[in-house]
Design a protein around this ligand. Sequence first.
Ligand code: UDP
Ligand code: MN
Length: 290
Amino acid sequence: MLAPEGLLYTQPTVFPSRTDVVFASPWLAPIVWEGSFNIALLDSIYKPMNLTIATTVFAVGKYVAFLKDFLETAEIHYMVGYKVDYYIFTDRPGDVPNVTLAEGRRVRVMKVPSSNRWQEISARRMEMIQLLIENTIRGQADYIFCLDVDSKFHAHFGVEALGRLVATIHPSFWTLQRDQFTYERRPESRAYIPLGEGDFYYGGAVFGGLLEDVRAMTKTCSQNFEADTANGIEAAWQEESHLNRYFLYNKPSKLLSPEYLWMDVAGWNKEIKLVRFSGVEKNYAEIRPN
Ligand code: UDP
Ligand code: MN
């Protein structure tokens, strides 16, 4: 059979190209590692779709200082060749840097109130993303990614990361057993995950998917966070704890390996062939409001 015009039917000579990591979860969601995909093939499938990828980034208080490096490195490595709308949430719109963007890529600044608790800023992201999807992005984008701002891109981060509901395996836990994961362990919290349960420990710094799936997820997480607050409890890792609970009962359709969420301070592992996106080392006392 002839391939549709423009579609590339190339395969790497050897596939899978490595056997040191697993390429699928127990529910058969792909786990994206270097060597698990062919980017030319993926581009030939995704390019004709003319997609727009909404990307949220929160830069509240002193975190605006991270925006320049974040945006400049994103323009080099993130969804290159695709339309991206960056939604920057900040209380300091005047401090958003003017970074030159490739054609088809835009910055939209969303004003949000300041806060004097970092836990609050971090956790409130869920509700703001839900409202952004409902009020602004619907009909204007196909996929959404929600990323931490205190980070830089170092290598290709493209359409291989797209999926219905995308979670990222946290770089501090991928070599550990599930009972060592820092899930919320108090049954009183709506983020509770009992010992013996859970698949992976996911990071709150990189998640995404189709608008509707991310809307449902952020809505549930923010509702559960609010219910906890009303009961006088805050989950161990705020929205990350609620995210982990959500993904336990709503399995992500694609998992990104820790290549997509590394930390500059993390030690090296031989399975990490390259780091695509990494959190910068920061002085918490200097940068956070509390
Ligand atoms: N954040 C912010 N201002 C703050 C604290 C947090 O804008 O004062 C946002 C920012 O996008 C940041 C994210 O919340 O990347 C998560 O917080 P942080 O990076 O401090 O958490 P960590 O990655 O260190 O766990
Ligand atoms: Mn961070």
